[in-house]
Ligand binder design. Structure first.
Ligand SMILES: [Zn+2]
Length: 310
């Protein structure tokens, strides 16, 4: 019985080893201030991720923001996304996952996203769409054809955007915080399955706020960290090197309000993991999760096992 229980995780460990990613040799940086509230008192929540890389995850004692710390630098993440990310995720799941194979689930995802946004888009007279971190362009293409948008896609990974090049979408390679878009504004901005991968959530959301038209619409979704660790009954199992941030409904809602967005609809995805937010531009408010909510959050975390289940 014991052998049967051990075998699957041993195979997984072997598959991950063949990816040949040497975490110890990557350049990392210590994060001194919480990206949400600016404080510097953190609780260590886990010391490994689901791939068993020795990465620390911390939670901010004041606001409950969870993030990797120290974490790889922007350059190290750039190299990671070029050569390691897809092979690593494939090794973890034991099947090939790449820009090609994700297309069909991306079309389903895009259709759901369109259904969620439709009531806010129909008759609004929106013309332009900006999809940030749009990868292979499926979401941008789907929304553009359904709502007749002129679509622009920004993504840092050329191997992903290569798939989108055949379409009529304008493709910009790079990071949204660094690209010069001059005076351009967009009616609809989407940040799909991307926010957890960012290195600066606050900075990116502020940039989105600058890029959106006054009556515009913004969609963002998170992997809800609470749903993730509850689902697997493990903190470590919910941590992965490719996600610098582990947002919860409390922390993303605070991020959005502090960046100048008003949430007009919340959507629980059927995967029991993602939570989507439809937002309008608004004035900034300096809210944070309450101390009681943060206490309860860390109390719950302390009761979840810190090891990964096979
Ligand atoms: Zn904080």
């Amino acid at each position: 019985m014991l052998r049967m229980k051990v075998a699957p995780s041993a195979n997984r460990a072997e598959r991950i080893a063949t990816v040949n990613f040497d975490f110890a040799s990557q350049q990392t940086e210590e994060i001194a201030c919480c990206n949400l509230c600016g404080r510097n008192l953190f609780i260590v929540l886990a010391k490994r991720d689901r791939y068993q890389y020795p990465i620390k995850t911390v939670g901010c004692r004041r606001c409950g923001l969870v993030f990797l710390n120290p974490r790889m630098t922007a350059e190290a993440y750039g190299r990671f996304y070029q050569g390691t990310y897809r092979p690593l995720v494939s090794a973890f799941h034991g099947r090939l996952i790449d820009a090609q194979t994700i297309q069909s689930e991306q079309w389903d995802y895009a259709a759901n996203c369109g259904d969620l946004l439709a009531p806010f888009i129909e008759d609004a007279g929106f013309i332009t769409l900006l999809d940030i971190g749009g990868s292979t362009g499926v979401v941008a293409q789907s929304l553009a054809s359904r709502f007749n948008f002129q679509a622009t896609l920004i993504d840092p990974s050329p191997s992903e955007t290569a798939q989108a090049k055949a379409s009529e979408i304008e493709i910009i390679s790079g990071l949204v915080e660094e690209i010069d878009l001059a005076q351009r504004r967009f009616d609809v901005i989407t940040l799909c399955q991307t926010v957890d991968h960012l290195l600066d959530v606050s900075g990116t959301l502020s940039r989105v706020r600058e890029l959106i038209t006054e009556q515009g619409l913004f969609f963002v979704d998170i992997v809800d960290f609470q749903r993730a660790y509850r689902k697997g009954s493990s903190i470590e199992g919910a941590i992965k090197i490719d996600h610098p941030y582990y947002l919860t409904q409390a922390t993303i809602e605070a991020f959005l309000q502090r960046s100048g967005f008003r949430i007009v609809k919340v959507d629980y995805a059927s995967d029991n993991l993602h939570v989507g937010y439809v937002c309008r531009p608004d004035t900034r408010t300096s809210v944070l999760p309450t101390s009681l909510a943060v206490d309860n959050f860390f109390d719950e975390i302390s009761q979840v096992k810190n090891t990964q289940h096979p």
